[in-house]
Design a protein around this ligand. Structure first.
Ligand code: 26W
Length: 818
């Protein structure tokens, strides 16, 4: 009785209705008649939780019994998306709930729209973490996701006069029904202070005496596997002030100061940094990183492991996966715990630590590689800096042993960078400490080895590997595209949801006329569905007969939203100049979704330009409505689930060698959009799988980019020699999209002409030519649909379940358990 959890409520419609009303009455404290939509949503969420609870308790009970090896995924970001739909899917309760609510006069869809998604991530890296924990739960692999419970997630984007304005994302304001706080399991996390040595029965040891500390409160979230009875845990930490800290100040009679100190502590988990790829070196960010990693390691070592566990066996129990460098401070932290707290010998501790971490790199941009100034690190985490120095000394000694006193190489490989300021290179620390280092697509992993960390690849043969990213088919196909899911299930059975390679069985149906007609009808249906959402949310309409051409991702120059803009301007110019009749233009609706980091001025200007071009093109009668530019603000997971299934064309147009992988690209292909893309990131693998004839490739390859760079790239040469390009740029420069004001977009134009770091101009001609081929191809709808079906059938590889198999085989060695 003590260990067996109570069973969940009965899964009949009646059983559900009873449980729901109970939650409404006793949980929310309202009658059905009094209840608001929010009351009903919260009651429903809690009711659905009840159905998962028995599985959750049973999962952790067995985990404790089995003591098998698991994954601790350390990530500063989890971009989860809405929870309700996924929880219903995982419990197979959607129909019961729909029927039950209907009997009460409530529409499930209305309650689903009430949920504010937890936007605890910026983009690709955060969404990847969410896909991975979904897959691990579904595959039966023990995993705890560790992260930060930001009070404010990624900002809510609005447009004022076509320009981005950021609003706080108070996602908790209407209640947080999915979380389970466990204040009794709080951890104390120290900061600052000094270190000292002391004599411990004849052994000299070091201890850290922090100057201040904060409490880390865990909030648990369920991570349900798909229909498999497993519920893993995501544990996010919230920072609050310690009582001791307050009390000291209260006793000194300074009430105001005590309250201020609370605010200070709580700042640590207050807000997600919206920078994606350009670290600012801010102290608070380092505090966040250490805060959640230290809490997580403590939690695992002191609470999750059974009492008396021999820490020499740690590598048999856990692998800490570092999601980029953000959690790398965990390396010296584990060393500190083992050496200072557990009094382990340094060499032994290091041998253990090296087996307990693995590092995933998600970028190739040099400016995205985190470094922390020695100054800041030493002030905030003095003991950790000492430990990093020692790790580095011993590492460089090994390098000397292997390569001799090659001072240039030593300087290149040192974890400590000397210029322009002394700083810790977190990617190097992760590489030295990690049992494995992986990139996130084949090309990325190759470039990582050859260009970013070549010395390390040479020094550590076998350490580098690849795991190509993936996306969860539960959320991004089954939930996001119910109509297509039904057609697939009807055609090949339901097995694809957990074995996505089975989509291959759809291949022959590309030649089946009736299947094609149904597939095309579903795309049309999904367009109308997206239209309804965009209409309600932004007052936009997507015409029925338009090709839907979508570019959704963070706004970054390397992703080249500007190239897309130049294409739109070129099409517009063809019409207004009379070069082509509007009636002869393939009707297209361009949908953009993109947030810019608040401090990234050029990205914000590009957003302004997209909106300005949209306003002009959409309002110009000469266009006869054949081109439409829509930029719904605040693109997020919820909107992605509606827009991606409606897309005909997926824009994946980064400069080759810059996009580590991309994961949006996978979601589009799986939902039957064709890709226009460069040979970059996972596009390479998508094209290999779907076949050249079902993919629109353009632009320079990475070696060609390198060659042009080496030869000396002059963007103005392209401007001068290509009249089409010149007209597009001149049109922007003329003020045609800024009410005649030539200064508005001057910085964008002059940057393109004189710098163009991401070679937009060099790829322009090739892009336009390929887009013209897209138009021709779209003219043959039967053939287009054939290609779209083949895109679905051949991209099962991009399931994050497959990514997990690869991580397990190549890095983690954590087999699934029953
Ligand atoms: C502010 C510091 C910083 C630096 C890098 C913040 C965030 C990052 C991330 C690594 C940026 C990111 O999300 N990278 C994306 O990761 C995806 C998942 O692997 C890839 O698909 C994308 O190509 C990559 O840009």
């Amino acid at each position: 009785l003590a260990t067996a959890p109570v069973a969940g409520p009965p899964t009949s419609v009646d059983g559900f209705v009873k449980e729901f009303l109970r939650e409404l009455n006793f949980g929310q404290g309202v009658t059905l008649a009094q209840s608001t939509v929010n009351d009903q949503y919260l009651a429903l969420a809690r009711t659905v939780r009840h159905y998962l609870m028995a599985r959750w308790l049973e999962t952790s009970r067995r985990q404790f019994e089995q003591q098998t090896k698991g994954v601790a995924y350390l990530s500063a970001e989890y971009l989860l998306g809405r929870q309700l739909g996924n929880a219903l899917l995982a419990t197979d309760l959607t129909e019961v709930v729909e029927d039950g609510l209907r009997s009460l006069g409530i529409d499930l869809a209305t309650l689903r729209s009430q949920e504010v998604e937890p936007g605890l991530g910026n983009g690709g890296l955060g969404r990847l973490a969410a896909c991975f924990i979904d897959s691990l739960a579904t595959m039966g692999v023990p995993c705890i996701g560790y992260g930060i419970r930001y009070e404010y997630g990624i900002f809510r984007q609005t447009f004022v006069d076509d320009q981005q304005v950021e609003q706080p994302d108070g996602w908790l304001a209407l209640g947080a029904p999915w979380e389970f706080p466990h204040p009794e399991q709080a951890q104390l996390i120290g900061f600052g202070g000094h270190t000292e040595t002391y004599d411990d029965e004849g052994v000299t040891r070091t201890r850290w005496v922090p100057a201040w500390d904060v409490k880390a409160l865990p909030y648990n979230y369920m991570v349900p596997g798909y229909l498999n009875g497993r519920v893993n845990t995501l544990r996010l930490w919230r920072a609050v002030a310690t009582d001791a800290f307050d009390l000291k100040i209260f006793n000194a009679g300074d009430f105001e100061e005590a309250v201020r100190s609370q605010t200070f502590a709580e700042n640590i988990s207050k807000v997600l940094y919206p920078e994606d790829s350009t670290p600012q070196g801010k102290e608070l960010r380092l505090q966040q990183q250490y805060f959640f990693v230290a809490a997580s390691i403590k939690n695992f070592v002191y609470d999750v492991l059974p009492e008396g566990f021999d820490l020499h066996e740690l590598p048999e129990r856990i692998i800490f996966q570092l999601n980029d460098t953000h959690p790398v401070i965990g390396v010296p932290e584990l060393m500190r715990v083992l050496v200072d707290e557990k009094k382990m010998d340094w060499d032994e501790a290091w041998a253990i630590t090296k087996q307990c971490f693995a590092y995933t790199c998600h970028t190739l941009l040099p400016e995205a590689l985190e470094v922390w100034s020695v100054d800041l690190l030493g002030r905030l985490l003095p003991r950790h800096l000492e430990i990093i120095y020692r790790i580095n000394d011993e590492f460089l000694a090994e390098v000397r042993e292997k390569f001799g006193d090659d001072e240039l190489r030593i300087r290149r490989m040192s974890i400590i960078q000397e210029y322009p300021a002394r700083a810790v290179r977190m990617a190097y620390l992760a590489t030295v400490a990690g049992a494995k280092v992986n990139g996130v697509a084949e090309l990325h992993s190759q470039l990582l080895r050859e260009k970013v960390l070549p010395d390390f690849d040479e020094f550590y043969p076998g350490k580098f590997t690849n795991v190509t990213n993936g996306v969860t088919p539960r959320r991004f196909l089954r939930l996001a595209n119910p109509a297509l899911s039904e057609l697939i299930t009807e055609t090949i059975g339901v097995g694809w949801i957990t074995d996505l390679e089975r989509l291959r069985e759809l291949e022959p149906y590309a030649e089946d006329e009736e299947f094609r007609a149904r597939f095309a009808a579903i795309k049309a249906h999904n367009k109308r569905r997206a239209n309804a959402v965009l209409l309600e949310r932004d007052g936009f309409t997507v015409p029925d007969d338009h090709m839907v051409d979508v570019m959704v991702k963070r706004l970054h120059e390397y992703k080249r939203q500007l190239l897309k803009v130049l294409h739109i301007v070129t099409l517009y110019d063809r019409i207004v100049s009379g070069e082509v009749a509007a009636a002869d233009v393939t009707p297209r609706t361009f949908i953009f979704g993109a947030k810019a980091a608040a401090g990234y001025a050029m990205a914000k200007r590009i957003i302004h330009l997209i909106n300005a071009v949209g306003s002009t093109v959409n309002a110009d009668p000469r266009v006869e409505g054949r081109l439409k530019v829509l930029f719904p603000p605040n693109y997020n997971v919820t909107l992605a689930e509606k827009v991606i299934p409606a897309a005909d064309l997926s824009e994946q147009i980064s400069l080759a060698g810059k996009e580590a992988s991309g994961t949006g690209n996978m979601k589009f292909a799986l939902n039957g959009a064709l890709t226009i893309g460069t040979d970059d990131g996972a596009n390479v693998e998508i094209r290999e799988l779907v076949g050249d004839e079902n993919f629109f490739l353009f632009g320079m390859s990475e070696p060609e980019v390198q060659a042009l760079q080496d030869a000396g790239y002059r963007p103005s040469a392209f401007y001068e020699s290509d009249p089409t390009l010149r007209r597009a740029i001149d049109l922007i420069a003329s003020g045609a999209f800024s009410g005649g004001d030539r200064s508005t977009f001057e910085p964008v134009v002059s940057n393109l002409l004189h710098q163009d770091r991401f070679m937009v101009l060099a790829d322009f001609a090739s892009y336009i030519a390929e887009q013209d081929r897209v138009d021709v191809a779209y003219g043959d709808q039967e053939q287009w649909t054939r290609s779209a079906i083949l895109n679905v059938a051949r991209t099962g590889f991009f399931s994050s379940d497959r990514s997990m198999v690869d991580y397990i085989d190549r890095i983690w060695h954590t087999p699934p358990v029953r």
